[in-house]
Ligand binder design. Structure first.
Ligand code: HGY
Ligand code: MN
Ligand code: MN
Length: 418
């Protein structure tokens, strides 16, 4: 498998044009992209994708939560043959980069276009998939979670965005089929295999001088919310020793997080990227502080230890400042090993192209970790300049973009014709 490369390549000029064009949807003055899910920019990029598929004669459909599927049928294949999926996401973090997700989505589209143009005889259909809300405006890996396990209407009804808006309102506003939102789950076996091209978002490949990363596993990750409660008071008249300032507890915890992570493992990381200070007045002692936490470790037991250690440190900080603290777990996603056979296929295709490869785990989360529950799943990484990501500084060279897309083409071609 994979030792017969397709006799054609992707159109790197077309892929580059698409990537540059899509970077215009939600473009920021800093040169990055703010295309959070279900925003106006997300709506625009979806309209562009629909028009592009129509022009190419490809059939596109959108499920009840906004996952998009661009399908290439395999005319001679048995009816109902499970498709090969290749994809990623087109949403971004606030002030993100141009490549995270867009690369894998547009490369998958390019692969489908090339297979169609070359009229490759396929043994099963191929679908380019653009997963909704990978970056968790409402729920991290939202669209792929909806495919892997589905959401009940109660669960959907509770989800809110970073701005506090309700997910169900956003879905309705986007015009998705609300009745289908709880019927997105697919069964293991409904998908033949899954492949995702993505930027590395770290500096391993760049340091190793390798063009292609063969991803071995994806880190385990958790999300949670801490709320420190003290007493709201006047900033001018409340003596310092008498205050129950909620931000003091949150601040002390923040300073301790590096030690907390180190106490669990050398790979553990904890981030607070959102802090809500209430009521939020310069002359008011904060009464309540909400902290959004993202914590990760490559081993599940250590991930749970990390969560426990953070909560214990929060209780300690609360106690020292005469505060109360409550913790709510929002998600735990297990670390996932990627399929050894797909890993081998990626390595073989890259080797056939004469590309240098390196095996590495992913410290970032990806929809592939949900797809791995449904089918053999693999990921291809390409280098990130300076290891920068989730920032407008995100950059991958066009040469590496082309190399990665051609490896994706070879992998999907092999999976669809084996
Ligand atoms: O947060 C992550 O790791 C991914 O970029 N969504
Ligand atoms: Mn990301
Ligand atoms: Mn991504």
């Amino acid at each position: 498998m994979g030792d017969r490369l397709p006799a054609f390549a992707v159109s790197s000029a077309r892929l580059r044009r698409d990537l540059e064009h899509v970077a215009g949807y939600g473009a920021t003055v800093s040169g990055g992209v703010s295309r959070t899910s279900f925003s106006a920019a997300d709506r625009e990029v979806r309209a562009w994708l629909a028009a592009t598929c129509e022009q190419a004669g490809l059939v596109m459909r959108t499920d009840g939560v906004g996952n998009v599927f661009v399908r290439l049928d395999a005319p001679g294949a048995p009816a109902g043959a499970p498709p090969v999926w290749a994809g990623s996401h087109l949403d971004s973090v606030p002030e993100g980069g141009r490549f995270d997700g867009a690369l894998g989505s547009l490369a998958a589209l390019e692969v489908v276009r090339r297979l169609a143009e070359e009229r490759v005889p396929l043994r099963r259909p191929v679908e380019a998939v653009v997963f909704a809300d990978e970056e968790g405006n409402y729920h991290h890996l939202f669209g792929s979670t909806a495919l892997a396990r589905g959401f009940t209407s109660d669960e959907l009804g509770e989800l809110r965005g970073r701005d506090g808006d309700l997910l169900v309102d956003a879905l309705r506003g986007m015009g998705f089929d609300g009745a289908a939102a709880t019927r997105t789950a697919v069964r293991p076996g409904d998908v033949h295999a899954y492949a995702e091209l993505h930027i590395e978002q770290g500096s391993v490949l760049e340091s190793a001088g390798a063009a292609i990363g063969v991803v071995t596993a994806i880190v385990g990750m958790g999300g949670g919310h801490l709320e420190f409660r003290g007493r709201q008071d006047h900033a001018g008249t409340t003596p310092m020793p008498m205050r129950r300032d909620a931000l003091r507890g949150a601040g002390e915890l923040l300073v301790r997080l590096p030690d907390v992570a180190r106490s669990v493992s050398d790979d553990a990381v904890v981030t607070c990227g959102i802090l809500h200070v209430e009521p939020g007045g310069a002359n008011v002692v904060p009464g309540v502080v909400g902290m959004s936490l993202d914590f990760r470790d490559p081993e599940r037991s250590r991930l749970l230890d990390l969560e426990e250690a953070v909560v214990a440190a929060a209780r300690d900080a609360a106690h020292r400042h005469d505060l109360e603290v409550a913790y709510t777990r929002e998600s735990i996603t297990d670390p996932v090993p990627l399929d050894p056979r797909v890993q081998e296929l990626v390595a073989t295709v890259a080797a056939c192209h004469g590309m240098e490869t390196r095996r590495l785990p992913s410290g970032a989360g990806h929809d592939a970790q949900n797809m791995a529950r449904l089918a053999p799943a693999g990921m291809i990484f390409v280098p990130s300049v300076g290891g920068r990501s989730h920032s407008p500084a995100e950059l991958t060279t066009w040469e590496d973009v082309e190399a990665g897309a051609n490896v994706l083409l070879g992998v999907v071609h092999a999976l669809a014709t084996e």
